[in-house]
Design a protein around this ligand. Structure first.
Ligand SMILES: Nc1ncnc2c1ncn2[C@@H]1O[C@H](COP(=O)(O)OP(=O)(O)OP(=O)(O)O)[C@@H](O)[C@H]1O
Ligand SMILES: [Mg+2]
Length: 231
């Protein structure tokens, strides 16, 4: 059997705090297949963002094994993690995290320029992504001139610019009204269903439920298969 896009085994992240150790994620073992849309559900404080940070290479596990796209993130050094964040994962945050002084097109191009690519090629790709996301008319606008849904679609275009196989989204619709949230969710789902990306969305909401290939539930840092409370 081919290696899954994401494989975690005994994955644990413990935060050492003055009040004692807090386990963000405990002994998580799961596999996510290429091209799947997987929802990560759980109450506030259950460990969703901790797990996404590990998958994003923004944080390193305390113990356990994590492999993404054939790379071992447990043993990766800083240079390798930087390369991983550039090439393997695209990240979408609840708060969009766009650069306020840069236009939509510039925001989308930035990660590829930072990776050393030449502007003309990057700009073409960025324009294609913006067109797909219905943002062509917004390319020259600043983020503050956009609606929340447009900001998040810009963030999706930015996450795609280096052509990563994995897209991670942490509460991507948390700051959006329900109509914009639905649109953003549908674009994220299409990344999996049409374009074969592996998409992991952490969310409290039910907007993506009908589009997901799988749901993982996290309770006090423990990951389990299926929707919590589902029969
Ligand atoms: N940097 C940190 N230092 C100490 N504890 C932390 C840190 N980050 C998270 N935690 C703890 O780890 C647990 C999981 O937090 P996490 O942010 O992953 O939850 P979450 O499921 O994303 O919650 P929310 O739905 O509110 O975003 C919580 O108990 C939290 O207090
Ligand atoms: Mg969170």
């Amino acid at each position: 059997m081919a290696e899954p896009m994401i494989a975690a085994s005994g994955l644990t992240r413990v935060y050492a705090t003055q009040a004692g150790d807090v386990a963000g994620v405990r002994e998580a073992s799961f596999r996510i297949e290429e091209g799947h849309l997987v929802l990560l559900k759980g109450a506030s404080g259950s460990g969703k963002s901790t797990l996404l940070s590990l998958l994003a290479g923004l944080d390193t596990p305390t113990s356990g094994i994590l492999r993404v796209a054939g790379r071992d993130l447990t043993t990766a050094g800083q240079a390798e993690l930087t390369e991983y964040r550039r090439r393997v994962v695209g990240i979408v945050f609840q708060s969009f995290n766009l650069m306020p002084t840069m236009t939509v097109l510039e925001n989308v191009c930035l990660p590829a320029l930072l990776a050393g690519e030449a502007l003309p090629r990057v700009r073409e790709r960025a324009k294609n992504h913006l067109e797909w996301l219905g943002l062509s008319r917004r390319a020259a606008h600043l983020p503050e001139e956009l609606s929340g849904g447009e900001m998040q679609r810009t963030a999706i275009a930015r996450a795609l610019i280096n052509d990563p196989p994995v897209i991670l989204a942490d509460e991507p619709t948390g700051n959006l009204d329900s109509a914009s949230g639905r649109t953003v969710t549908e674009y994220l789902a299409q990344l999996a269903s049409r374009f074969g990306r592996t998409v992991v969305i952490a969310t409290h909401g039910a907007l993506a439920d009908h589009l997901a290939d799988r749901v993982l539930t996290i309770t006090d840092g423990v990951v389990s298969e299926g929707a919590c409370g589902a029969s």
